[in-house]
Design a protein around this ligand. Structure first.
Ligand code: HEM
Length: 454
């Protein structure tokens, strides 16, 4: 391959054919393109021609070694910032650096210790609800439950606010409508369409207004509570302190940051837990091994706490394997800001690349029997240890590595341990679930199941 070559192209002869497929499932289209090589351009439609990268070494180049040549000016991040504004996930440059510095203290070991108790309490509250369902036999949607739980945790940990009950239902609905709107806009490049009052658009607009008002009210309530509370050490407190110190951060930017953390801090973790519960219900051998670890670590069947973490290595392996098969953040996009050469191909500024965890985590040239659920892959001497760094990257990498990785790990391990110690799920629809790939990867019909006490 000569250094100036363009990458191989994946396209369809009929106009719009690939766009329609892409609308139906971006994930499947990207997976099929993988057969063409390590770097493949998708001709989806005018203005939407992402370059997919499937080699872990090249992913490392984009995220780490030549990260300065890449940015977040991609269609996906642009649509996402229509909703989230300039929060930590979507901002760039100096603003991003400052926001990361402000939020960092929340994710230090000492802060995470404080969140541990919140997680255990919320897991215990969910266990009580599951116990009632086990008693009555009434089925539950475990995906919905994990969303509610994760929202309650983020509400208390980052905002010192109760986001359970009716607030949770309204917030979840708004987030769902906003994300449906996002994906629809991303895969409908027809000019003008975004202004039409279609059902998805109307619901999306309404959801965005609701979410803005919700965070604006949080901020106003904190201000009204006076200086003492404003100096608190949660996210709102840190943002207000920084605003005072720096002569005022505009309210809109504080809202952006709150909305970003609300979304980034719960949707992914909730999906990781939902997929894991689904997998465990389908794989009795792994589930039994997990239960053996839990019975030993928690003999008296209580919620797990931070002090139990070291006794739960297999629990974390189960979660990692689940995030391999169903990475909650299933793709990372970057714009090419400066010319780069990737795997022998020339990338023009203005184009954009997709680093698809879902496709790389299941790459047959990397993983043995990639579709099989085998938590042992993540044992200290397991298969993963012998693979390149970016054969597995559920939390991204480089300077934009997920800020909440430690938070998420702690939450996922404690919640899974607390629930799987006492309950099993019997799926109402067994088998491979439908994958819905929006900002995150979700089980389409939820995880509907009967709860059985162990
Ligand atoms: C299983 C759970 C989670 C997964 C799989 C996940 C995944 C990711 C990924 C892949 C990125 C990088 C995006 C990119 O490079 O374009 C990211 C960024 C981020 N995540 Fe997470 N995340 C999770 C949980 C959390 C939690 C619990 C929080 C906060 C409490 C959080 C906050 C953030 C923030 C603030 C960023 C932006 C960081 C930056 O750009 O500096 N995440 N996450």
């Amino acid at each position: 391959v000569s250094a100036s070559a363009a990458p191989p192209v994946y396209s369809r002869r009929l106009p719009f054919a690939l766009l329609l497929e892409y609308r139906r499932s971006m994930l499947r289209v990207i997976e099929r393109a993988r057969d063409l090589g390590d770097v493949v351009e998708l001709r989806v439609s005018a203005g939407l021609n992402p370059i997919c990268v499937f080699d872990p070494k090249l992913v490392e180049q984009v995220l780490v070694t030549r990260a300065t040549r890449y940015g977040k000016n991609t269609p996906g991040y642009q649509r996402l910032s229509d909703l989230l504004g300039q929060g930590l996930l979507t901002s760039q440059g100096e603003l991003w650096r400052r926001q990361r510095r402000i939020a960092q203290p929340l994710f230090k070991k000492s802060s995470l210790r404080g969140f541990g108790a919140i997680i255990s309490e919320e897991a215990e509250a969910m266990a009580a609800r599951w116990a009632a369902s086990a008693e009555s036999g009434e089925p539950r949607d475990a995906a919905h439950d994990m969303g509610e739980l994760a929202l309650a945790v983020v509400g208390r940990a980052l905002f010192s606010s109760d986001m359970s009950g009716p607030t949770s239902a309204a917030l979840s609905q708004a987030l769902e409508d906003a994300l449906a709107h996002y994906i629809s806009r991303l895969t409908t490049p027809l000019p003008g369409w975004q202004h039409l009052p279609t059902r998805v658009n109307r619901r999306g607009w309404r959801a965005a207004r609701y979410l803005r008002t919700f965070v604006a009210d949080l901020i106003a309530a904190r201000r009204a509570a006076g200086a003492d509370q404003a100096a608190g050490s949660d996210l709102l407190g840190l943002l207000m302190k920084a605003s005072d110190a720096e002569g005022g951060i505009p309210d809109e930017l504080i809202q952006d940051e709150c909305l970003t953390m609300l979304l980034a801090g719960h949707e992914t973790t909730a999906n990781a837990l939902a997929w894991t519960l689904h997998l465990l219900a389908r794989h009795p051998a792994a589930r039994e091994r997990l239960e053996a670890e839990l019975d030993a670590a928690l003999p008296e069947a209580r919620a797990a706490t931070l002090d139990d973490m070291d006794a739960l290595p297999f629990t974390w392996q189960v979660l990692q394997e689940s995030m391999r098969l169903y990475p909650p953040a299933w793709v990372i996009a970057r714009s090419v800001e400066e010319h780069d050469e990737l795997g022998g191909y020339s990338l023009r500024p203005g184009s954009f690349v997709l680093l698809c965890q879902h496709a790389i985590h299941r790459h047959p040239e990397l993983w043995e029997e990639p579709a099989a659920f085998r938590p042992e892959r993540f044992a200290p001497e397991g298969e993963r240890a012998g693979l390149p760094r970016f054969a597995y990257f559920p939390f991204g990498g480089g300077q934009r590595l997920c800020l909440g990785e430690g938070f998420a790990r702690q939450e996922a391990v404690l919640v899974l341990a607390s629930l799987a110690r006492r309950f099993r799920l019997e799926l109402l629809e067994p088998g491979e679930p439908e994958l819905v790939a929006s900002v995150t990867l979700r089980p389409g019909a939820g995880v509907r199941a009967r709860v059985v006490a162990r």
